[in-house]
Design a protein around this ligand. Structure first.
Ligand SMILES: [Zn+2]
Ligand SMILES: [Zn+2]
Length: 285
């Protein structure tokens, strides 16, 4: 490892997220302390979108029947905020030297203004991420985890799905000011079909730059999500759009993945002129 310090992990899930059965807030704190991270933020899912469960994930979803509605759509479970905050307090007591931040990952917050407002009115959350996981098509919502399965047969092309995703991401940034960090703008790269080769980010440069410009204009931060190594071109376009801050998020759903890929991500950010700022989870340029 080089001399670049590891950044704060500003995007971690634990047992309080519906899709993290292997999560543990306590053990994630232990891991963050072991790595010497400046802080860790527990940004659990706040999801309300009832996306159509793709055929490919039917079997996997049936193992968690409470997640499947009778209509074949995803049944998002409620986020137990009180239980989450109690556990976070216990962790702060157990790890007094670790900076532990509250947070939430809002899924498609521009579609649920009322519910998001009610959640944030509690003032419980220090880190608020905005995330797009789904797109809307002919009145239905489709998760874009797997671009071969994301939409109905009328619109099967992965490249079209990515364009729809980025148009929706732009709309989310423009219409919703409830979040301060845009999470995983490269989310569709996770579901890009391997049969089509590496994710062709340059084909989406114009759409990505439009989202980045809107985000920079509203003085928010871009997350470098390390679930996949982020393409440096995306962060470079962020700088060119006038973006001043980046955060780092492992998007870990289990303790062993806290700060996964951070050494490389931090080195890339340094290359692009970002530096760590004391007492801030965001790096600046
Ligand atoms: Zn997410
Ligand atoms: Zn996440």
């Amino acid at each position: 490892m080089g001399t670049t310090p590891l950044p704060a992990d500003a995007h971690v899930h634990t047992e309080w997220s519906w899709d993290a059965p292997g999560g543990s807030m306590l053990r994630s704190c232990a891991r963050a302390a072991e790595l010497g991270l400046p802080s860790i933020s527990f940004t659990e899912h706040f999801d309300l979108t009832r996306w159509v469960i793709p055929d490919q994930t039917q079997e996997q979803m049936q193992r968690a029947p409470h997640l499947v509605g009778g209509d074949g759509r995803f049944n998002p479970p409620a986020f137990d905020v009180a239980g989450y905050l109690d556990e976070l307090d216990r962790c702060r007591t157990r790890f007094p030297d670790l900076r532990i931040m509250t947070g939430v990952e809002l899924g498609e917050p521009h579609w649920f203004d009322e519910e998001v407002s009610a959640l944030l009115a509690t003032d419980a959350f220090e880190r608020v991420l905005g995330s797009l996981h789904s797109i809307s098509h002919e009145g239905e919502h489709h998760i874009v985890d797997d671009l071969d399965a994301a939409t109905n047969p009328a619109d099967p092309e992965p490249e079209d799905v990515v364009r729809r995703y980025l148009a929706e991401a732009l709309s989310m940034v423009q219409r919703c000011d409830r979040f301060s960090v845009l999470a995983h703008l490269d989310y569709p790269a996770r579901g890009w079909p391997p049969r089509l080769g590496p994710f062709p980010i340059d084909r989406f440069e114009e759409e990505l730059r439009a989202v980045l410009a809107a985000l920079a204009a509203s003085d928010r931060a871009l997350e470098i999500n390390t679930r996949l190594p982020m393409d440096p071109r995306l962060v470079d376009w962020w700088c060119q759009a006038g973006g001043k801050r980046v955060t780092f998020g492992s998007d870990a759903h289990e303790p062993g993945l806290v700060a996964h890929g951070f050494a490389d991500a931090a080195a890339m950010a340094v290359q692009l002129g970002f530096t760590q700022v004391a007492d801030d989870h965001a790096w600046r340029r």
